[in-house]
Structures are given as C-alpha cells and as structure tokens.
Write a new protein. Structure first.
Length: 418
C-alpha cells in the first residue's frame, strides 16, 4: 500500500499588538498595523498577503492596543473560506494568565499557547504586522524544515555602517547557523561574502512548534527576562546552537524584478512612512504595487472611479506624478507628487503637493497642502495653508524631524494663517 506523504502542518501568528508611539498622531486612535498605507491598504495587509499568497491560510492575529479598527478590518476584509479549515482570526489579549497585558512578543505567544495546542502545528510562522515588503514564506519554511533548526530567522542585508540601527545576526563558517544575535552593535563584523554588509533581523521567524512552546514557557518563569522574541528567545536558541538564518535576498517572488527583490521597509517613524509613500509615486518605484502575480490584497469599497473636472485657465482639475484612489473628486484642483486615498474631495484652485492624504478628507478652495500627512476625515477650510509656515504649523500640529507636517484624524484646519 502506498501512503501519501503528509505535508508539515503550519500555523501563522501575526504579532499586531504594538502601540506605534513613533507614528503618533497616526496611532492616537488605532493600532500601528491598522494605519492606512498606499491609498487603499492597511499596514497589516502586506504580512497577511504574503502568507495567504504562499498558501498559509490558518492565521491568528494577536492584537492588544487600540485594536477596534484593526479587528474590524480583519473581520471585514480577511474572510477566508472555512471549507478547508482556512481562517484569519483576530485574537485580542485574553489575559488567560491573569489580569495583565502582554509584556513582550514572547509573552504574547505564551499567553496564547492554547491556540497552538488547539491547532497542533508542526511549525509556527511568527511575523510582524507593520512592514512593507513582498516575501514568499514557503521558501523560508522549506529551508527551516530541511535544516531541522528550532528557529529560522529572516534577515535582510544592510550596509555595515547601519548595523547600529538593527538587531544584527552573525553566522558561523557555513553561513547559516547563527552564532551571535546582537542588538545595535557598534563593532559589527561584515559578512564573509560581503564584508561591507551585515545581516539585520526582519523580525520574521519560523519555529519548531514543540520547541516554541517549551522555550516561551521557560521564559515565562524567568523574572529577569524581557519576554521578547528578539531580545530573549532568539539569544537563548542561538546559545544552544538551535538557530539558523534565512537570507531574504534569496527569496524569489513571482513577478518580482531585480529592482524590487529584497525590498523591506520598517515604516515605524513618520519620516520612514512618508518616504515609503514617496517611493510609490516615483517613475520607477522600488516597491511595485502593480505586481499582480503576487498581489497585495485588501478590501475594495464600492466607490465610483476618481473624477477630474474643470479645464479652464486657472481652474484645471489634474494630478501629476501621483496615485489617486477611487471615489476621489479633483474639482479644478492640482495634485502633484502625492498619494490621495479614497473619497477625498479637492475643491477649485486648491493645491496638494508632496503629500499623503488618507480617506474622507475635504480640501477647500484655494487651500495649500505641502509636505504633509493628513489623517482621515480632516476638513481643510478654504484658503488654509499646511506646510507653508513651519512655525505656524508647529504651534498646531506634529512636525517630524524631516519637516513633514502631520494633521490628526478628524481635525478642522482653519485659514487663520499669518
């Protein structure tokens, strides 16, 4: 009798409980993974799309802070057919171990070990929820299964001069076994095949399920632990020779070009978030949203197409070097080098340039918006100016270190400029 070989059972856990303080005020009313991105998406859509596209469709999303909009987005957008046991389930902090929040990413897994025991996977993918990238996780899982390592850590190559900004991975002679995991070292050693580069952890892991349960349980009993995957769990597995690195540069995604291979961005600061948007609207963006062989998935609202109206001498509705989502009306206004999300209305002779506008924004006639991020449902009154007078803006709004003005959700911007 011939038996079919059973494929390893894999459960994906997406860690989506971070506060995202560095993205404030965009995170004042929502969890960081729920922050809108690229006109149509939320940050979490990138991690979930990578998992689903790779065929991993048993996914739990561990949430914590300000999770309402994130939970709603997951429930409304990520409905998978349960005919074959597929699901994306949002799991709020359940306080199964007492009345306390998650104390770190390792503690988040420890407090949800019931999910692993219910699903009984062979391996567990643990991904972050707030990075911009394309990746086929199946290739990482294949290496992990073949190696027999307890954990495989995804790493991206970065210039050695940036080592002090990342958790840096050092490997042995085989280039795979991790010999050291150092947080923001000042004296990092370059890679054997690229002395000017180091491996930086992406915060994406594949674990042997039994070993994961064992080690987070051990960690929970350690009162001196930070209960963090990168700071506590991975160093323990490295010290016992159980950790292997996965080089993200070897990951081949269908439809990718040499230009966008190994693209990965941490958009955890306002300036990084802004810069990632500016890349999207460049003539040749590094990250290609239009790769339909590996689509970034999200909900699509029932909205009419974008509309551009008026073609008069000083009142021409047009957009240049920009991305404009559905439901937008550009009514005799100018959009230049900007990302405009759904249901934005720009009135006559207004100007939006070098900016990112979230959905539901009203830009009044003659208003000017420069180098700004405008959150949802903001009303910009006729004649108002944003990004024109830095001192006036600083008195009203958040300004990033790079000079980007950030207007919070639901604000009303008046024309009381000097």
């Amino acid at each position: 009798m011939t038996y079919l070989r059973r494929e390893p059972r894999v459960l994906a856990m997406v860690l989506a409980g971070g506060e995202g303080k560095r993205l404030a005020p965009l995170t004042l009313d929502r969890a960081k993974p729920a922050v809108p991105f690229g006109g149509n998406y939320r940050l979490i859509d990138f991690a979930l799309s990578n998992l689903v596209n790779a065929g991993y469709r048993r996914i739990v999303v561990l949430t914590q802070y300000k999770s309402h909009s994130l939970d709603r987005h997951i429930s409304q957008t990520w409905r998978l057919s349960n005919l074959l046991g597929n699901y994306v389930a949002s799991v709020p902090a359940q306080m199964r171990r007492g009345p306390r929040w998650f104390e770190g990413s390792a503690d988040a897994i420890f407090q949800n070990l019931n999910l692993l025991r219910d699903e009984r996977p062979d391996h567990v993918i643990v991904f972050g929820a707030d990075h911009i990238y394309r990746m086929d996780p199946a290739q990482m899982v294949a290496q992990h299964v073949q190696s027999g390592a307890s954990v495989t850590v995804a790493a991206i190559r970065v210039p050695i001069e940036q080592a002090n900004q990342f958790g840096v991975i050092e490997t042995g002679a085989d280039g795979l076994q991790i010999t050291a995991f150092r947080e923001k070292p000042q004296d990092a050693a370059g890679l054997a095949d690229a002395p000017d580069q180091v491996y930086a952890s992406m915060g994406n892991y594949v674990f042997n399920a039994e070993r994961l349960i064992e080690i987070v349980s051990e960690d929970a009993r350690d009162p001196d632990s930070a209960h963090d995957l990168g700071g506590s769990i991975i160093p323990r597995l490295v010290s016992s020779g159980e950790a292997e690195v996965y080089d993200f540069a070897t990951n081949v995604v269908p439809g990718a070009t040499p230009r966008d291979m190994a693209y990965w961005r941490d958009v955890g600061t306002l300036d990084a978030f802004y810069d990632a948007h500016m890349d999207l609207i460049s003539v040749s963006p590094i990250f290609n949203l239009y790769n339909m062989d590996w689509p970034i998935l999200t909900t699509q609202e029932s909205l009419p197409p974008a509309k551009f109206v008026f073609s008069e001498n000083e009142r021409i509705g047009h957009a240049l070097d920009s991305m404009v989502a559905s439901g937008v009306i550009v009514s005799g206004a100018t959009v230049d080098h900007s990302v405009i999300s759904t249901s934005v209305h720009l009135h006559a002779r207004s100007l939006v340039t070098d900016s990112v506008l979230f959905s539901g924004i009203e830009v009044g006639g003659g208003a000017v918006v420069r180098r700004a991020i405008i959150d949802k449902d903001v009303v910009i009154e006729p004649g108002a100016r944003i990004g024109v007078d830095p001192e006036h803006d600083r008195a009203r709004f958040t300004i990033s270190p790079g000079g980007i003005v950030v207007v919070p959700k639901g604000a009303r911007v008046t024309a009381d400029h000097p």
